[in-house]
Design a binder for this molecule. Structure first.
Ligand code: SF4
Ligand code: SF4
Length: 341
């Protein structure tokens, strides 16, 4: 993997070069004051010091609602137009890991055609980050799965090129990239924000929050989950809003819904669903998970223990969103081993 250096003063020029590879999107503040990934119309509005977006990058790969197939005039038509090429800029390592997990799910044989189309048009530019008290990923960002990774360094960024597309971008941006001076490595300094982040992040650790790291294999589904008393406590507080699943970079529950039209046509749509919702487990004659406790435990078991064919693989990337956005402060880290234990 080649490494280059991008001077902070040349960041704007670098961003313009990225536009050659697709519509540029990155972290910015919505009019409602929420940190979101959105098209970059004005680079000075980019939030390089953000903590997390409310909705993760999965929205670029799994649209909230998409047509799978339609029927009209006696014929079937597959859904899915050719997606626009998109460059996602300044994506944190945890979200890059989240995309890598979705790739395992949706690109496994047979690949999901819509996901595969969108994924092939997506260029990923990662950026290093500073964790807050909600984060618990164990990654360093050095090996984050992306095309280019920007690591903050003295006066700019160390740029790692990880894929052929990354090399292509570097060739196009050769006017603003120089050889990386390894002597300056280690002198990393936070880049002054172009604009203040919109996340409400507590300056001190909120009461009850604790640091936990995700140790592979440390979560025993029998001992740590099945009869754990915290499930009763969580189920009592949970309001079933589903926010933890909506904001999770690796949650991908969906439903297929049929929409008949008065003209005789018909559309079959795939829409985000949520395993925290009671009707998600409903089948003819019953419900797999009738109680809230069942649904909470199901989601967390899926996160930490996986299921076939990804059984044993954790899909939690430690982004901290479910804790930050849960209205009743349910913190799944309470079920995880303490750091160092
Ligand atoms: S379970 Fe929570 S912390 Fe883990 S990836 Fe999903 S939203 Fe992030
Ligand atoms: S965000 Fe919190 S309250 Fe809402 S469904 Fe998830 S755990 Fe329950």
């Amino acid at each position: 993997m080649a490494t280059m250096f991008l001077k902070e003063s040349l960041l704007g020029e670098f961003l313009e070069t990225l536009r050659l590879f697709g519509e540029l999107a990155g972290p910015t503040l919505s009019v409602q004051g929420v940190t979101v990934l959105a098209p970059v119309t004005d680079p000075s509005l980019l939030l390089l010091d953000y903590k997390r977006t409310q909705i993760p990058p999965k929205k670029y790969l799994l649209p909230f609602r998409e047509k799978v197939i339609s029927f009209s005039k006696g014929g079937y038509h597959n859904g899915g137009d050719e997606p626009a090429r998109t460059v996602l800029f300044a994506i944190h390592p945890c979200d890059l890991e989240g995309i890598a997990y979705l790739d395992r799910v949706f690109l496994a044989d047979p690949a999901d055609p819509g996901y595969a189309r969108r994924r092939s048009g997506l260029t990923l530019v990662g950026i290093s980050c500073e964790p807050d008290d909600f984060c618990f990923c164990s990654g360093t960002g050095e090996a984050a799965p992306c095309d280019l990774f920007l690591n903050r360094a003295e006066g700019g960024f160390e740029v790692t090129l990880s894929t052929a597309r990354g090399e292509e971008i570097a060739a196009a941006a050769r006017g603003c990239l120089t050889a990386f001076d390894s002597a300056s490595k280690g002198k990393k300094s936070p880049l002054p924000p172009l604009r203040k982040g919109g996340d409400v992040v507590p300056a001190v650790r909120p009461q009850g929050l604790k640091r936990a790291t995700l140790v592979p294999g440390s979560v025993d589904p029998e001992l740590r989950f099945s009869g754990h008393p915290l499930w009763e406590e969580f189920a009592r507080r949970c309001v079933g809003c589903g926010a933890c699943s909506v904001c999770c970079p690796t949650c991908y529950c969906f439903d297929l819904r049929e929409y008949p039209e008065l003209t005789g046509g018909h559309r079959r749509m795939r829409e985000w669903d949520n395993c925290l919702f009671k009707n998600h487990g409903e089948v003819a004659g019953g419900n797999f998970r009738p109680e809230r406790l069942d649904r909470l435990r199901y989601r967390f078991l899926h996160k930490f223990c996986g299921f076939s064919p990804l059984e044993g693989m954790s899909s939690c990337v430690g982004c901290g969103r479910c804790r930050q956005f849960c209205p009743v402060d349910i913190d799944l880290r309470e079920l995880l081993p303490e750091e160092g234990s």
